[in-house]
Design a protein around this ligand. Structure first.
Ligand SMILES: [Zn+2]
Length: 311
């Protein structure tokens, strides 16, 4: 009975993931790879971003994307004239199936060292099962070679990338910053890891419900603060929609890469995401008639007296 039930559950989950993937055709639709600036290239699909940083000591790949994505990414790398086997380091923006699903295959084919932010490691190594919001969206488990912490530097062949923990979207969601040089001029690049939540995620304990994970609200606040303090010239992200990939390409960014320089777009998008977050937090607090508090693993319920404010 249990076996039969779990088969039914598995079938439902499988169809959910199929719907998830097929409702985003841009995730799997190929995009002609292109040069962004300096030693930085785009090798992702029409929405699932992947980046290649080329160095004399091997290349750094940011994001392996879906389980089905590695052949597409490899094609893009080779179209640009680089060797897939030169991929020395693999990084991830966030531990969701659409960014880390292909990691195990990339590792197997290239022997790249996989470096993942501390709080995302359990999700990557459990094949998605340890995810707080998408525990049923499974992908091949991957072994993490180096655990990253907030502010860590990844160095290879003269390039240095800083991994900023910008948690909330996933517990170890990571934004990367680094400097590229184009015609002798330096540009500061940001690759935003994620700055919003999937449907159904909660931020505060209220209305008899717990937050999706205990520190999610503080994590998002820290993320917005971290991102607001960055100096940004070139604005990129884990999904093309974060930074207007397709509109910018339509406006000619392939031949005019200065369109990627968009600090205004970055700060506008950041303000919009923060506004949305504050709106959701307020909404969750307003619908509250009781307050849950977690103390040393125990859940305490307090009744609100006349709508007093939470701290
Ligand atoms: Zn995600």
């Amino acid at each position: 009975m249990i076996a039969r039930l779990s088969k039914v559950v598995a079938a439902v989950l499988l169809s959910t993931s199929v719907v998830f993937a097929s409702s985003n055709p841009d995730w799997t639709a190929p995009l002609e790879p292109f040069h962004i600036a300096g030693n930085l290239y785009y090798v992702g699909s029409r929405d699932l971003a992947a980046y290649l940083i080329v160095t004399p000591r091997g290349n750094i790949l940011i994001n392996a994307n879906l389980e089905s994505s590695p052949p597409l990414i490899r094609q893009s790398v080779e179209k640009l004239g680089f060797k897939w086997s030169d991929t020395a380091i693999l990084l991830s923006s966030q531990a969701h199936f659409d960014h880390v699903g292909g990691a195990a295959e990339v590792q197997r084919e290239t022997h790249a060292k996989y470096m993942v932010m501390d709080s995302d490691v359990k999700v990557v190594e459990s094949g998605g099962a340890a995810s707080f919001d998408l525990p049923d969206m499974h992908f091949p488990k991957a072994h993490v070679d180096r655990v990253l912490h907030d502010g860590d530097a990844i160095r290879l062949g003269g390039s240095e990338i800083i991994a900023h923990k910008t948690a909330g979207h996933t517990e170890g969601c990571t934004s990367f910053t680094f400097r590229v040089k184009e015609d002798g001029r330096p540009f500061d690049v940001v690759i935003v890891g994620g700055w919003s939540s999937n449907p159904g995620v909660r931020y505060v304990a209220a209305d008899g419900k717990l937050p999706s994970y205990p520190s999610i609200e503080q994590d998002f606040r820290h993320t917005f603060k971290t991102l607001a303090h960055l100096h940004v010239d070139i604005f990129l992200g884990a999904h093309g929609v974060y930074f207007g990939l397709l509109p910018k390409l339509e406006h000619g960014a392939r031949t005019n890469p200065s369109l990627w320089i968009d600090p205004t777009g970055f700060h506008k998008a950041l303000a919009a995401k923060q506004g949305l977050f504050e709106h959701e937090v307020d909404k969750e607090k307003r619908t509250s008639d009781s307050k849950l508090e977690v103390q040393e693993g125990r859940v305490l319920v307090h009744q609100n007296q006349g709508g007093e404010e939470n701290q």
